[in-house]
Design a protein around this ligand. Structure first.
Ligand SMILES: [Zn+2]
Length: 309
């Protein structure tokens, strides 16, 4: 019997600000998922959006995760992977899948609501071509023409993700107007290059999964196992985001030791009953997704963290 291949997981934060409790929970769960199965786990710093990302945030992210007790088999700087991203665009261009989108923001709104809460793109510009000199010379956003039809998909936790991404989300942008290569393309290229077999991430990204599977199919890439987990949410609803300025890592580190915060987070998601201080490595042996709660956890920061789950 062939030994089953060693799983490879990843944690892939955008380096657009300080880590917050939701970032740290997502990192912990992705790390535990891989480590509990004897797998490797990669930290990928998603830093292509130079309008929002700063190198200092990347450095800080690495440090904050180490402070919590997480280690990585590799750290990938997404910006250094440009050649692979461009090669994928060459493949899509050669397959006649890329087109220029000339729609304004106003053109895109007011149609069909997408599963992620935004507006679906109606694929209005599908008839347009690339510039004669190739996709690199485009001055307008580029989209990829997905195949029409449903992608049947249920994640490992049983979350139903079947979707017709071309219709329900619309063809995704792969190159922005400012030349930045877009998330739905680079995420699948980078996961494949790192040999990722398990994608563990927050439920807020779940509506993009079908688009990413469609992209993998266009590029001839394997589809990893997906699992989407709970979110930490603000008391008034909505994801507890760094945008809300709630509990940045610098303030958490001034208040707690790494093992104290790790214990609190483990307790908040159901991995321990007493939320006593511990290190991530202490959670590996008994880790099981059946112990992780599935509902979102209301999180409050007022000098101390409290969780109401
Ligand atoms: Zn368009």
């Amino acid at each position: 019997m062939e030994p089953s291949p060693r799983p490879v997981g990843r944690f892939a934060p955008s380096t657009t600000g300080e880590a917050h409790p939701g970032t740290l929970v997502a990192a912990l769960l992705a790390w535990l998922d891989a480590r509990a199965a004897g797998g490797r786990v990669v930290l990928r710093l998603e830093n292509l959006d130079h309008t929002r990302c700063r190198p200092a945030w990347a450095t800080q992210m690495i440090d904050d995760l180490a402070w919590l007790g997480l280690d990585w088999d590799a750290i990938v700087d997404q910006e250094a992977r440009r050649a692979d991203h461009e090669a994928a665009l060459d493949v899509l261009a050669a397959a006649d899948r890329l087109y220029r989108c000339t729609c304004s923001r106003r053109d895109r709104s007011g149609g069909r609501r997408a599963p992620d809460g935004g507006w679906a793109y109606a694929n209005t510009c599908r008839g347009r071509t690339l510039p004669a000199a190739g996709w690199r010379t485009a001055t307008e956003p580029l989209r990829v023409r997905l195949d029409d039809g449903p992608i049947a998909l249920v994640d490992e936790g049983g979350l139903e993700l079947t979707q017709d991404p071309a219709l329900e989300m619309g063809d995704p942008i792969v190159v922005r107007r400012d030349g930045v290569l877009a998330y739905q393309l680079v995420v699948v290229v980078d996961d494949d290059a790192a040999g990722v077999t398990r994608v563990v991430r927050g439920r807020d990204i779940a509506p993009s999964t079908a688009t990413q599977v469609a992209m993998q199919q266009l590029l001839g890439l394997p589809t990893p196992v997906y699992r989407h987990h709970l979110l930490l949410v603000a008391p008034r609803g909505g994801k507890l985001a760094k945008l809300h300025g709630s509990a940045p890592a610098s303030e958490l580190r001034a208040r707690y030791r790494g093992d104290e915060l790790c214990g609190l987070l483990a307790g908040a998601v159901g991995l321990t009953e007493d939320a006593a201080p511990l290190r991530p490595a202490d959670l590996v042996r008994d880790f099981s997704w059946s112990r992780v709660i599935t509902r979102d956890v209301v999180t409050t920061w007022a000098g101390s963290l409290t969780f109401d789950s």
